[in-house]
Ligand binder design. Structure first.
Ligand code: FES
Ligand code: FES
Length: 139
């Protein structure tokens, strides 16, 4: 079966055909940006969410990942999962759920951790932006 070949076909699918690769303007008021790195390997993931202010719902998401195939696949899945959800729902997404969905081997768990961290960082960034006064102080 697929497991015996090492990687589940979902990993290969999300790696070869990643969903939602791209970038939003991080200055946009409705965009949250999460940039995280994996200390173990030096890989880096950027995930962005676009939030509908009225409903608090994530209407769009994208990512750019400089990393291994499992990290790319994890970020692809993560962007799929966050779309259409509330921010408090997506911060509950566990890397183990992503890893399970992709049948990642234990040694690749930290790759899915990047995606969990990136989601949380993006939500945090959006919330920090909201908390700031809308007038930009020029320094
Ligand atoms: Fe793509 Fe599940 S196989 S999100
Ligand atoms: Fe570093 Fe996968 S090996 S994120």
């Amino acid at each position: 079966g697929a497991a015996r070949r090492g990687y589940h076909e979902r990993v290969v699918d999300h790696y070869s055909n990643p969903r939602n690769v791209g970038a939003f303007d991080k200055e946009d008021a409705d965009v949250g940006t999460g940039l995280v790195g994996a200390p173990a390997c030096g890989d880096v993931m950027k995930m962005q969410i676009r939030v509908d202010e009225a409903s608090g719902k994530i209407v769009d998401a994208c990512f750019k990942t400089f990393g291994c195939g499992s990290a790319i696949a994890s970020s692809s899945v993560a962007t799929e999962w966050v779309k259409g959800k509330q921010m408090d729902e997506v911060i509950a997404i566990k890397n183990t759920e992503i890893a399970k969905h992709l049948s990642l081997p234990p040694v690749k768990l930290h790759c899915s951790m990047l995606a969990e961290d990136a989601i949380k960082a993006a939500v945090k960034d959006y919330e920090a932006k909201k908390a700031k006064p809308s007038l930009k102080a020029d320094e």
